[in-house]
Write a protein that binds this ligand. Structure first.
Ligand code: PRP
Ligand code: URA
Length: 212
């Protein structure tokens, strides 16, 4: 845990193992992509702990019984483009029927300020639990702006999930959106002068998609 009540840091040996391989500069694009997906799946179980259930009557081979299911169409995944795309399959493994919206943000390389360039969300997004995903939380600018964009479209139940975070990003998210739960697999040391996380893993989008 951290000093921020909205932030949950995973302290799971399997996640530590997988993140250590993710960080390695010699890890291939294929393995990197698979690890991002696997880590996201593990995190999704935890972050869905309070997801809303509705009662359903089920008939077993022996009798009728009252059971609980996640309400139909109540969950959406919104990756922050591009790198967030790498996490979508990880959530879908746990929750295959979730619809997917997309928010496109890029960081201006000089100012580090995020710029929104695309937003397309499923109908009824305002009433869904939205899993906003991006592997990297650095200055926090992209995540804060993406959350603001979702709130501006009426979303009230937003959860943010990242694989690696810098303390600077955690702090900014807490100050701007203390109502949004934040799930982070690993909290790193700091940002460098170019806004990269240390020790980090480099540029997540480039490593996922093989660009430079
Ligand atoms: C990366 C990352 C986050 C953002 C984090 O995206 O995937 O979206 O930087 O940085 P911040 O917390 O300082 O805003 P980038 O802008 O490199 O775009 P990409 O996903 O297209 O590579
Ligand atoms: N975006 C990345 O992909 N990596 C960082 O270290 C910071 C922002």
């Amino acid at each position: 845990m951290t000093n921020f009540p909205n932030v949950f840091i995973f302290d799971h040996p399997l996640i530590k193992h997988k993140v250590s391989i993710l960080r390695d500069k010699n890890t291939s694009m294929k393995e990197f992509r698979e690890l991002v997906e696997e880590i996201t799946t593990i995190m999704t179980y935890e972050s869905m702990k309070d997801v809303e259930l509705v009662p359903v009557e089920v008939e077993t081979p022996l009798e009728k019984t009252l059971q609980y299911r996640v309400a139909d169409d109540s969950v959406a995944i919104v990756p922050i483009l591009r790198a967030g795309l790498g996490m979508v399959n990880g959530v879908h493994r746990v929750f295959p029927t979730a619809k997917v919206g997309h928010i496109g943000m890029y960081r201006d390389e000089e100012t580090l300020e995020p710029q929104e360039y695309y937003c397309k969300l499923p109908d009824g997004i305002a009433d869904k639990t939205v899993f906003l995903v991006d592997p990297m939380l650095a200055t926090g600018g992209s995540a804060c702006d993406a959350i603001a964009a979702l709130k501006a479209r009426g979303c009230k139940k937003i959860k943010f999930m990242a694989i690696i975070a810098a303390p600077e990003g955690i702090e900014k998210l807490y100050h701007e959106h203390p109502d949004v739960p934040v799930y982070v697999s690993t909290l790193d040391r700091c940002l460098n002068e170019n806004g990269y996380i240390l020790p980090g893993l480099g540029d997540a989008g480039d490593r996922l998609f093989g660009t430079k």
